[in-house]
Design a protein around this ligand. Structure first.
Ligand code: TXA
Ligand code: MG
Length: 313
């Protein structure tokens, strides 16, 4: 068993060295931990796909130090992009923009767009400043599984797949938001929200002073697959306390080991803890987890999205 000390560091310079030598570094962000490589190093980016077990046609988000670093990564800014960047960055918003020459094919899966985001975490902001380039990073979990929001989650998921002679995990503590960034496609007209997150469509519409729609057409982002963010136990979603009680009774009668997850009184906390709650249900041997769904407003929209995908079989 590999020890934690071989991979985990709090030293940003050590993380920068690993990346500059072509290694991978799991980095903390406000949303979830990402598995990063230097975005214009195609060989390093390819290893992300191997470690994650992710299909090559699922593009990666490029993380930048600031909205003043877009040069080369994008080819022109659609209306509203700058307004959103100024209002939401650093923060949990990814914008799909026309791809620039600096963005390699391996990052976008050959698409004409690139997903860009400026994350809000002091260690990763410093790392990006030191590197002075973009970091390509998906969530640091195996493909289709629950995203990691602590260093322990990263170690559990991919610790054995990282190489201590060249890779690192940068320890920035638990993630404060806990759900992946909102993804808005600004190359569509009107703009489309492809993945719900802490910044909701209503807020984006207010900033853009125009209409914003949900995803349309065939799946444009892997987060839109029907089954995703999935624990091993079976999730049963309940719209009311009554429905939750009935589900608990039925599953218990069927001989299942049943847990209840109800954080509807504090949705910010519910988001921050969701992925740890799902992992905990598996660790404690639950076979069924009954989840009380929040109302579909604000963070409740993103929570319902993740829970619905985690519940799909
Ligand atoms: O909060 C987040 O966004 C985290 C942190 C690490 O930044 N990252 C994250 O990455 O969740 P990932 O790869 O797990 O999810 C990004 C989603 C994927 O579904 C991917 O297919 C989609 O964004 N995506 C990225 N670039 C895209 C593009 N150019 N066109 C369409 N979808 C894109
Ligand atoms: Mg992911």
């Amino acid at each position: 068993m590999r020890s934690r000390a071989d991979l985990v560091t709090r030293d940003v310079d050590e993380a920068a060295d690993a990346l500059l030598r072509g290694g991978l570094v799991a980095v903390p962000t406000e949303t979830v931990y990402g598995l990063a490589a230097i975005a214009d190093d195609p060989a390093a980016v390819s290893r992300i796909f191997e470690v994650k077990g992710r299909p090559a046609d699922h593009p990666l988000i490029v993380h930048l130090a600031g909205a003043d670093r877009l040069d080369g990564w994008v080819d022109g800014l659609p209306a509203g992009a700058l307004d959103l960047a100024l209002a939401c960055w650093p923060g949990p918003l990814t914008m799909l923009l026309p791809r620039g020459q600096r963005t390699p094919d391996v990052v976008t899966g050959g698409r004409p767009t690139v997903g860009l985001r400026v994350p809000a975490h002091p260690l990763t902001s410093r790392l990006l400043e030191i590197l002075d380039t973009g970091l390509a990073a998906p969530s640091a979990n195996r493909f289709g599984k629950v995203s990691p929001t602590t260093v322990e989650h990263v170690l559990d998921d991919i610790g054995e797949l990282l190489d201590p002679s060249r890779d690192r995990i940068l320890d920035g503590g638990p993630c404060t938001v806990g759900l992946e960034s909102t993804i808005v496609d600004l190359t569509a007209s009107p703009p489309q929200v492809l993945r719900a997150g802490a910044i909701d469509a209503e807020t984006i519409g207010r900033i853009l002073e125009g209409p914003v729609v949900g995803a349309e057409g065939p799946s444009r982002a892997s987060g839109m697959l029907e089954r995703h963010y999935a624990p091993t136990c079976r999730l049963v979603l309940a719209e009311s306390d009554e429905a939750a009680n009935t589900a608990i009774r039925l599953a218990t009668d069927a001989g299942e080991s049943v847990g209840l997850l109800d954080r509807t009184d504090d949705l910010v906390e519910a988001a921050r803890r969701l992925y740890d709650d799902l992992r905990m249900a598996d660790r404690s041997g639950k076979t069924v987890l009954v989840v009380r769904l929040p109302q579909p407003v604000g963070m409740g929209i993103a929570l319902r999205d993740r829970l619905t995908k985690a519940a799909a079989r």
